[in-house]
Design a protein around this ligand. Sequence first.
Ligand code: FAD
Ligand code: FES
Length: 276
Amino acid sequence: MTPDPIQDMVPEPYRVRARRPDRGEAVTLTLEPAGGGAAPPFRPGQFTMIYAPGVGEIPVSISGRARHGGYLQTVRDVGAVSHALCRAGRGDVVGVRGPFGTSWDLAAAEGMDVIVAAGGLGLAPLRPVIRGLLAARARYRRIAVLVGARDPGGLIYPREPARWARHCDVRLTVDRPDRTWSGHTGLVTTLLDTVGLAPERTYAYVCGPEVMMRATAGELLRRGVPAGRIALSLERNMKCGIGRCGHCQLGPLFTCLDGPVLSYAEVAALLEVSEL
Ligand SMILES: Cc1cc2nc3c(=O)[nH]c(=O)nc-3n(C[C@H](O)[C@H](O)[C@H](O)COP(=O)(O)OP(=O)(O)OC[C@H]3O[C@@H](n4cnc5c(N)ncnc54)[C@H](O)[C@@H]3O)c2cc1C
Ligand code: FES
């Protein structure tokens, strides 16, 4: 469909159908079109711009499709707009634009071993990747899902890893354990040694804070995985979300339009540039 810049700037009213507090000051909202019907199709890795009335608008990844056709979107309370969205209750109306942006290419990993590496809230855009891989399990060889968080409270979607683990290798780690934690401790990169990587046939999907993505991509490269087979999602500050304002520019790229999902081969040098 041809992009329509005026239409793409107008938020559609969406109603909060459900609100589930997650861990680590995050809340998962089920948002559905206030006028009825299903939300538009999305591809794993895409995001919407969500407008909290009277407060502002932020980009948020789509974490899945809800049973009634809406979007699942997980928001962490870090500032004014995310705070307002985290406080939204069932029945409240917000504005939604999108979905926008590039997506994770699941077909590119067919026939290969797959690593999904998530840091903290980076699991939100990777959740549809994991579900997509598992829905077509026979098309992939080994699948390892590696999830890291600063502390046990930062591990979002706590019930899902046990479900995924029926079909693939799932490993969790935290940087700072507390007394509830008896699992692996250390950065998510320390899990790479536990999965027995075959670099010549590995494809990796990586999302988390930029420092985590750089470290994970560096470790994968060091083990022989080519940069073109490491896909990242860049979360630079965004305003318009459709390539008009330049706010998200990273070198020659507009991360809202050319990204957020990009290969490490495309962005390695640019990642040295800090946020504007
Ligand atoms: C493509 C994309 C997908 C995203 N997906 C999600 C998601 O699924 N869930 C979620 O909670 N957040 C997501 N974010 C980040 C989210 O947009 C920011 O947390 C939000 O813009 C902060 O706005 P605020 O008004 O609440 O806080 P502000 O007052 O604007 O910022 C509060 C703090 O958050 C930092 N911050 C602001 N924007 C970003 C950003 N883009 N990335 C990282 N830190 C930021 C600021 O530097 C500041 O320290 C995504 C961002 C992008 C670009
Ligand atoms: S957010 Fe405006 S150009 Fe990307």
